[in-house]
Design a protein around this ligand. Structure first.
Ligand SMILES: [Cu+2]
Length: 687
């Protein structure tokens, strides 16, 4: 009956009729459609291809620098268009595909990946080809309220996680480009920039959530070619990429998993923000687009906010695909994944409104020839219960966080990814068969979007493994031993360090624990409820004001920051310089890291008193990253050095609709007093 998986199954419809429940259980089966198999196959994003800029007559030609050992091209120019795309998104709740009309990069839900190299000058010509907005949707700058979303088609570009200049036409999110404007960014990647997984997205205050939630996100990959042997001539830097080899000595196969949460909706009438909903299986009403209507991202009032994602019925997509299939599902369809083959997965949480608790479990009783999961919320949930509960978890080996190689790698059974997090892992599937990639149910305090109801377990993807050699025993040990075996020239000391999860030789950031501290600062995220006025999304009690600079740290100094959330959980992100996590204190003010090396987050209990361990903070002590989830009333103690760049940039909550509504502030790194005096004197002498 209804609880069984429903494909196109008349028996199910009859059982439902017999029970008089057609309105509930008939919905899914009546609309059920088999998904197009080939469209479900996972594919990496295309790489953005450089263009040769045309020079106007009479203009002096740019002298391009010769390629170096680090970069195949020292000067490179790309075109990136912002325009609408009309495409389809599969709907796991109702079956079939919904039409969507969304702002995009280059007309696709899958924006191209951009490869960067240390020492490279990268120009990106951003062309805003969206339709012009009227002054109702986009008031002139003087008429804007900086806590009210506006100008949803005005954009800019942020290079998330890169350590580059925040000013001028570099990673400057204080710029904005209305429809019709073309703008050339130039990012100079320092020669000592870490190699790793970063991402680009629009970051124009007032429209960030709308654009990122439309899929305006792409991978930004800094390639690493600096070997251990060449450390002396590369300033002591070695990239872990240079030891990630397969047994033939070639590079490991890489997959870019861009987690996207597209907040599209259809509306009851063209001038209303009331989202059209429909009863789905399981008795829950979720967002619904009738045939012929296209889903859009238009209204913060109804499409973003507490509970919005949970009530939408939408699922997290991976790299533009809903519940994609990895591996070879039919001969010649999809790229085969072999048992024991080690792959690098670059996981980028590019969504806005839901935590992803990623876990990979061997599936049972799945016929790969069928390769379809049923439609309908209840049916999907039952399918996962039936097929993804073997308990045989595929452990991954995480070697980088937020693009930065960890000093200590960590073996993960579950990978809790908050919006804007990146996680680079090595993965090997131990046997042939089908594997479920799940977004697991975790407790409310661990997620960005609490309620209504518990976060449920959902299927994110399926992996089919064919051929290869089964792996016996511990996967992490297998992965490390395979890396060592693949590189006969690897020094014995490095091999031993790898066995001990010690990646110090490849970690780019200098430990700050002994640094002198110039000062400490407090950052507090809060949502307040003024009587008779809209909610306020505040940092340190204030809403964002572009004319106000709250913090002015001095170039070259190191500071301690104490970051907390006083109402709900928020996500702290700061541009330009990563931070080291020195300590995390729970709501009672106690460090979660005990003197004897335990993590008290593993002792957490749910409301009923059952064990509800939350491992997400446990491997973060002393780790460098650029984004951190801040649980309500917890305190994250960060340490950061203002290196290399002066100028103004921002910190903000990466629940991006909070940012658009005011949860952001300006930071300006200023030169130290001695050098500013020198500048003043030089100016005086010049006159
Ligand atoms: Cu927030």
């Amino acid at each position: 009956m209804c609880a069984k998986p429903v494909f196109i199954n008349l028996m199910s419809v009859r059982s439902c009729l017999a029970l008089g429940l057609l309105s509930i259980c008939g919905v899914a089966s009546a609309l059920a459609q088999q998904q197009d198999m080939t469209s479900r196959l996972f594919r990496n994003p295309a790489e953005l291809q450089p263009v040769t800029p045309q020079k106007a007559p009479g203009q002096s030609l740019l002298v391009l620098r010769a390629p170096s050992a680090l970069a195949p091209q020292q000067d490179v120019t790309y075109d990136l268009n912002v325009n609408y795309t009309d495409t389809k998104i599969a709907n796991p709740y109702f079956g079939g595909e919904d039409l969507v009309h969304l702002r995009s990069y280059n007309g696709s839900l899958i924006a191209p990946s951009i490869s960067l190299y240390p020492s490279q000058s990268v120009r990106i010509r951003l062309h805003n080809q969206l339709p012009v907005e009227d002054t109702t949707d986009c008031p002139s700058p003087e008429g804007r309220v900086h806590s009210v979303p506006n100008c949803l088609s005005t954009t800019n570009l942020h290079f998330h996680g890169l350590h580059v200049s925040p000013t001028g036409n570099s990673d400057n999110v204080l710029l904005e480009h209305p429809p019709g404007q073309n703008f050339e960014y130039e990012v100079n990647v320092p020669v000592d920039h870490p190699a790793g997984t970063f991402w680009y997205h629009s970051h124009r205050h007032g429209s960030t959530a709308a654009q990122v939630s439309s899929g305006m996100v792409g991978a930004l990959i800094v390639k690493g070619k600096r070997t251990l042997d060449d450390r002396p001539q590369n300033g002591g830097i070695a990239d872990i990429d240079t030891i990630l080899k397969n047994s033939g000595g070639g590079d490991l196969k890489e997959n870019v998993l861009l987690l996207q949460q597209i907040a599209y909706a259809c509306f009851d009438d063209p001038n209303s923000d009331t989202i059209t909903t429909k009863l789905a299986s399981g008795g829950k009403s979720v967002w619904y687009c009738p045939p012929g209507k296209s889903g859009e991202v238009k209204y913060y009032s109804t499409q973003f906010g507490p509970g919005s994602w949970r009530s939408s019925g939408h699922y997290t997509m991976i790299t533009g695909k809903m519940q994609p299939q990895f591996g070879e599902w039919k001969p010649g369809e999809g790229e085969a994944i072999r048992a024991g083959e080690i792959q690098r997965w670059r996981i980028i949480h590019a969504g806005v409104r839901d935590t992803v608790a990623l876990q990979i479990i061997k599936a049972t009783d799945v016929d790969p020839a069928l390769a379809a999961v049923p439609v309908g919320a209840l049916e999907q949930s039952n399918w996962v219960d039936q097929h993804c509960k073997s308990g045989e978890v595929v452990q991954t080996w995480e070697f980088a966080l937020d693009g930065l190689t960890r000093k200590r790698a960590t073996a993960k059974m579950i990978n809790i990814l908050q919006p804007a997090y990146r996680s680079d892992v090595l993965i090997a599937f131990p046997s042939e068969g089908v594997f479920c990639v799940l977004d697991q149910s975790v407790q409310q305090s661990s997620v960005v979007n609490p309620g209504p109801g518990q976060k449920d377990t959902r299927l994110l993807a399926l992996v089919r493994v064919t051929g290869g050699t089964p792996v016996q025993g511990d996967l992490k040990t297998y992965i490390v031993n395979s890396l060592i075996a693949a590189d006969p020239t690897m020094p014995g000391t490095i091999a031993q360090q790898l066995r001990d999860d010690d990646l110090t030789a490849f970690a780019p950031n200098t430990d700050l624990s002994q640094q002198p501290i110039a000062r400490t600062r407090d950052v507090s995220f809060n949502i307040s409820f003024p009587v008779g006025a809209p909610l306020r999304f505040e940092v340190n009690g204030a809403l964002y004001d572009p004319s106000r600079v709250d913090f002015k740290p001095v170039l070259g100094t190191t500071e301690d920051w104490n970051v907390t959330s006083t109402l709900a959980a928020h996500i702290f992100h700061i541009h330009v310089n990563p931070f080291q996590i020195m300590d995390i204190k729970d709501a009672k003010g106690a460090s979660i890291f005990t003197a004897d090396g335990r993590c008290t987050e593993l002792d957490l209990k749910d409301k009923q008193g059952n064990p509800a361990p939350d491992p997400q903070y446990c491997d973060l002590k002393n780790v460098f990253r650029d984004t951190i989830f801040v649980k309500q009333n917890y305190h994250i103690l960060l340490r950061t050095t203002y290196a290399r760049y002066i100028g103004e940039y921002v910190l903000h909550c990466h629940i991006l609709d909070h940012e658009d509504q005011g949860m952001m502030l300006n930071v300006e790194v200023v030169p130290n007093a001695a050098s500013s005096v020198a500048v003043t004197r030089a100016a005086t002498h010049a006159h």
